[in-house]
Design a protein around this ligand. Sequence first.
Ligand code: PLP
Length: 430
Amino acid sequence: MPIIYLDQKDIPTHYYNIIPKLPRPLDPPLHPATKKPLTPDDLAPIFPKALIAQEMSGEEYIEIPEEVRNAYKLYRPSPLVRAERLEKELGTPAKIYYKYEGVSPVGSHKLNTALAQVYYNKQEGVKRIATETGAGQWGSALSFACNYFGLKCKVYMVRISYEQKPYRKSMMKLFGGEIIASPSRDTKCGREFLVADPNTNGSLGMAISEAVEDAVSREDTKYSLGSVLNHVLLHQTIIGQEAMKQMEIAGDYPDIIIGCHGGGSNFAGISFPFLKDKLEGKKKNLRAIAVEPASCASLTKGKYEYDFGDTVGLTPMTMMYTLGHNFKPSPIHAGGLRYHGAASLVSLLLDEKVIEARAYEQKEVFEAAVLFAKNQGIVPAPESAHAIKAAIDEALKCKESGEAKVILFNLSGHGFFDMSAYDNYLDGKL
Ligand SMILES: *Cc1c(COP(=O)(O)O)cnc(C)c1O
């Protein structure tokens, strides 16, 4: 049974919140100006109250609103697949499973949180949402979700991606989003970035600064972030909860869970529901590995300290593994993994050695992606290919040791908008 499907009635009814099970409490986020612990009121101009409450919630399970569960029915539950061809190709005794989030209308896991966030904004009367996007995955998800619930959407897209990824842009427009290259002339900080360097490529940090400024300067608008924050990771736990049911049907439980890591949301999504078992002492040997690019290695090379989420310093400071908010990542193809920081939740679990992290070079990642595509028929997003590379390495270790471990990884999205990156790889230009 290589593919395990669930019924729509099996779509999770609750989000799983790992906060109450953490080995120690999270360090509080700090106000960017006063450096004092943040209060819910500080966040009110940016986020709706329901999401602020989720950000700080101590409840282990938070009910998913009916309207959001109905929206998930457009594409969920997502399939869990046993990668039998890949196992054979590698000659490994390990069993490799992947959860495929590329079945979502926008092609990645990001819609899981976009639909929830837009719903809660709508409930509180918000009419318009501003956000940033790097490679365009998040911008497409939020544009689609805003259109679904009848809100307006403004996307500040990192300039270099705006120029290099025309089809993500088309997709956002098609879903009704308004999109502009960042830095732009639409915001004060955008104009300042342009004065400082008229030819700048832009960065995720700059685009976040613009979107936050947009949101705080307008009564009808709030801001939305596609990763990093506790509530975003929370929404993604539907991935892991579904995977748990599917693994049960398969008669297996993972020894190793793997996700690529940009801001931490898909890694958290697949792993947190399982890590509950580890934190409760039921699965002490369970390993979870977050995989990042060597050129933007916040978890493996960063410092564990308070830092801003954006370049200007408009966002709260959170405790995380970070390369510094002024870090300028090189333009690798896995645009979704080009972020200087990491989620507080993932950072704390890494600091406590509950999880592991590792980094790979771009070329070996594409090599793994092509091997996977040839055997399983799916062209993975370059981001997701980082998880594939780690899964293959772990399977090859099993081949050496003769252990039949169970490996589960999250295939966070497909790479159909990244074909020029694959062309570069195949032409030997990486
Ligand atoms: C955005 C994105 C990522 C990285 O973001 P996380 O929050 O770390 O999950 C990974 N894979 C895909 C396909 C993405 O679009």
